[in-house]
Write a protein that binds this ligand. Structure first.
Ligand SMILES: C[S@@+](CC[C@H](N)C(=O)[O-])C[C@H]1O[C@@H](n2cnc3c(N)ncnc32)[C@H](O)[C@@H]1O
Length: 295
């Protein structure tokens, strides 16, 4: 089946290229507020970060079709000993934008596969009260819905071609609110410096919440994981990414680096205006605190 894919290089706080109610599923993982390794100092303060989520929430609600699902992978962030309640704040923001909060799944990474620090080591060095900091093995996968889905809107043929393998569903524990999935390991070549999620996350979500031939949006595309999986599962996709330099990584990951595939890929470059793309150099400068203000 031929599917179509579009990458918009620009800021997803505006999605002007995407028509109202034209998207069937949104799967995404935004940058975590000033995450020490990936996004240090990217935002001037927490309110600015929440402001970005508010703008994106409004646009997501506009482009998503009635009845359909938006899935957000996000987690609270600990910076300098202070935990920022991103999950709770994001749920409120997306509810205020009009979404119904439908469910929450905890994604559990395997023991020993931690990407960042082993904080519990502090107690091993100082085995006394007050030195306890737990290692974080969990992230949230939050499921929102826009209104009610009309189950009769899909033909028998489309339902059949999108059927979910119930053996896989049961064997791999999709039915639980705890998904045990190995995270992308540090040092993975394509995902270097991108906090990519493992393919298994968009794979389950795309299978569970979209039909073959529909369009999946990831407004924080990163290395292109959602686009790769959507393509493999015969769904169309749109991805928005602010860092222009990621084109090569996305092409490699999605298989669009091969000549014959190119006809199914459209690239839009927003190089002007408030919501234009930026380059890696800009992000690096910002991370070092040498430049101020993200739009
Ligand atoms: C957590 S990563 C997403 C990783 C992705 N799920 C993957 O598997 O590769 C977030 C991405 O959003 C991009 N980004 C941050 N702010 C953005 C914005 N306002 N508009 C579009 N993309 C943005 C970052 O450059 C980064 O690549």
């Amino acid at each position: 089946m031929v599917t179509h894919h579009k990458i918009i290089f620009g800021n997803c706080m505006k999605m002007e290229e995407i028509q109202n109610e034209s998207i069937h599923l949104i799967v995404t993982s935004p940058p975590y507020f000033n995450a020490p390794f990936d996004y240090k100092n990217l935002f001037d303060n927490y309110d600015q970060y929440l402001g970005v989520l508010k703008k994106v929430a409004k646009e997501m609600f506009r482009v998503l079709q009635q009845g359909r699902i938006f899935v957000l992978n996000i987690d609270d962030m600990l910076i300098d000993g202070v935990k920022y309640p991103i999950v709770a704040d994001a749920i409120k923001i997306f509810q205020n934008a009009g979404f119904k909060y439908r469910d929450r799944i905890m994604w559990k990474k395997p023991d020993g596969y931690l990407r960042i620090s082993r904080r519990s080591g502090v107690l091993l060095k100082n085995p006394y009260p007050m030195y306890f900091y737990p290692d974080n093995l969990l992230e949230s996968i939050i499921i929102f819905q826009k209104g009610k889905f009309d189950y009769r809107s899909k033909s028998q043929n489309i339902r059949k071609s999108s059927i979910i393998d119930t053996k896989e569903f049961q064997k791999n524990g999709w039915y639980k609110t705890l998904w045990e999935i190995t995270n992308v390991l540090p040092g993975s070549l394509l995902e270097k410096n991108i906090a990519a999620f493992p393919e298994e996350i968009p794979y389950r979500i795309i299978k569970l919440f979209s039909y073959v031939g529909e369009t999946v949006l990831d407004p924080f595309l990163g290395s292109g994981t959602t686009m790769k999986v959507a393509k493999k599962l015969n769904r169309n996709s749109i991805g928005i990414e602010i860092i222009r330099d990621l084109e090569e990584v996305i092409r490699k990951k999605t298989g669009f680096d091969k000549e014959n595939e190119n006809i199914n890929l459209e690239i839009i470059n927003r190089d002007k205006g408030r919501f234009r793309y930026v380059n890696l150099e800009y992000i690096k400068k910002k991370g070092n605190g040498k430049e101020t203000k993200q739009q």
